[in-house]
Design a protein around this ligand. Structure first.
Ligand SMILES: [Zn+2]
Length: 132
């Protein structure tokens, strides 16, 4: 008895799905995570309350404070951005999100291309003409 129903091997499919998920996570969280790390590094490296040891440090002290505050704000905004993206992905994975993508109904980002406006899916990167 031979069963030949033409089903494809599960292993191959699994690998494909994993790669797509990693790519999607990089697309979703890559930039906000990078900015978050950048902001946290700035907060960790800059000590705005350190007493200026030299005249040059006295001059750059206000700049240091501004950069420190900027890094802290960047870290906060990026953290919220990460959470926002995580919420999007959660709703999308449960099918509760009705984005404009005709491929996976994911949320779309709007762009102005050379040939007019187009949308790109955040989840599967498929493109569509016009804004959806
Ligand atoms: Zn999609």
């Amino acid at each position: 008895m031979r069963q030949d129903d033409g089903s494809s091997p599960i292993e191959g499919q699994g690998v494909d799905i994993n790669i797509t998920a990693i790519e999607r996570n990089l697309r979703l969280y890559g930039l906000p995570a990078f900015l978050l790390l950048l902001g946290l590094a700035g907060v960790a490296l800059i000590d705005p309350s350190a007493p200026p040891a030299s005249q040059i440090e006295q001059v750059i002290a206000p700049i240091k404070r501004i950069v420190f505050l900027g890094a802290a704000a960047l870290a906060a905004v990026s953290a919220v951005w990460c959470l926002w993206r995580a919420g999007l992905e959660y709703r999308w994975s449960r099918g509760a999100l009705d984005g404009g993508c005709h491929n996976c109904s994911g949320p779309m980002r709007h762009f102005d291309g050379r040939y007019g406006p187009y949308s790109k899916c955040l989840m599967c990167e498929s493109k569509r003409k016009g804004w959806h």
